[in-house]
Design a protein around this ligand. Structure first.
Ligand code: 13P
Length: 259
């Protein structure tokens, strides 16, 4: 039930890093190493201000561009926000929604995450919906309750068709930026749980087709092991996506895992 092959997705979340000039350099490095491939999907998520430049540089490449956030309204009195349509206007095709750093530092909760996911889907953007527990929640045995809440809350009102545009990223907060990656067994256990949950929320086919990425200290030296698990359908990479050689090694590991 948990073994169907899905196209892997490797996404680089650059977070609040790289000026426009640095972003362009990173993209040029990626293109120089020539790690792109049609066998897996590759996405990079620069800051809003760099999306256009990055997208222009990638125009002949199969690598797609994501925003790291988007507001749910198209326009209006929402100082500081950027709408899904505006992301599209500069070439973004994907949006990361509900990252734990947004939940932790910017007060995002299930309801706002859900509004953002719905607005992005309505604007024909693909979404990487992030969920994951803190160390405290894991240690107190609440991992699955937290994931239930974030998954159910984030996907309210979204139907089977919408799910074709949604990728789930499991990012345990204790593994993000700490070097303490989840073991491949821990990741597989949670990914299987999420997939089972999707059967209950939707059906077998949606659960089989939805990609579930792992994120949290994914590096060239652990990517192969993580990606060898049948329910780990790719990675959401932070720190290691800032160096073209490391990001490309992770892409290579993904390619090796499907060969
Ligand atoms: P790191 O790979 O730096 O741990 O970050 C993971 C992450 O938060 C990706 O969204």
């Amino acid at each position: 039930m948990c073994t169907l092959t899905r196209k892997l997705l490797i996404a680089g979340n650059w977070k609040l890093n790289n000026t426009i000039v640095q972003s362009a350099e990173l993209v040029k490095d990626l293109l120089k190493i020539n790690c792109e491939t049609h066998k897996i999907d590759i996405v990079v998520a620069p800051t809003f201000t760099a999306i256009k430049v990055v997208n222009d540089l990638l125009s002949k490449s199969s690598i797609k561009v994501a925003a790291q956030n988007a507001h749910w309204e198209e326009n209006g009195a929402f100082t500081g926000e950027v709408s899904p349509q505006m992301v599209k206007e500069v070439g973004g095709q994907w949006v990361i929604i509900g990252h734990s750093e947004r939940r932790q530092f910017f007060g995002e909760v299930e309801e706002t995450v859900n509004k953002k996911v719905a607005a992005c889907i309505k604007s024909d953007l693909k979404v990487i919906l992030c969920i994951g527990e803190s160390l405290e929640e894991r240690q107190s045995g609440n991992t699955f309750d937290v994931l239930d809440r974030q998954l159910l809350g984030g996907l309210v009102g979204l139907d089977d068709n919408d799910m074709a545009s949604i990728v789930i990223a499991y990012e345990p907060i204790w593994a993000i930026g700490t070097g303490n990656t989840a073991s491949s067994e821990q990741a597989e256990e949670v990914h299987c749980y999420i997939r089972e949950k999707l059967i209950g929320m939707y059906n077998q086919s949606v659960a089989d087709l939805t990609r579930i990425l792992y994120g949290g200290s994914v590096k060239p030296n652990n990517a192969g092991e993580l990606l060898s698990k049948p329910n780990v359908d790719g990675a959401l990479v932070g720190g290691a996506s800032l160096l073209a050689s490391d990001f490309c090694k992770i892409i290579d590991a993904a390619l090796e895992s499907i060969n």
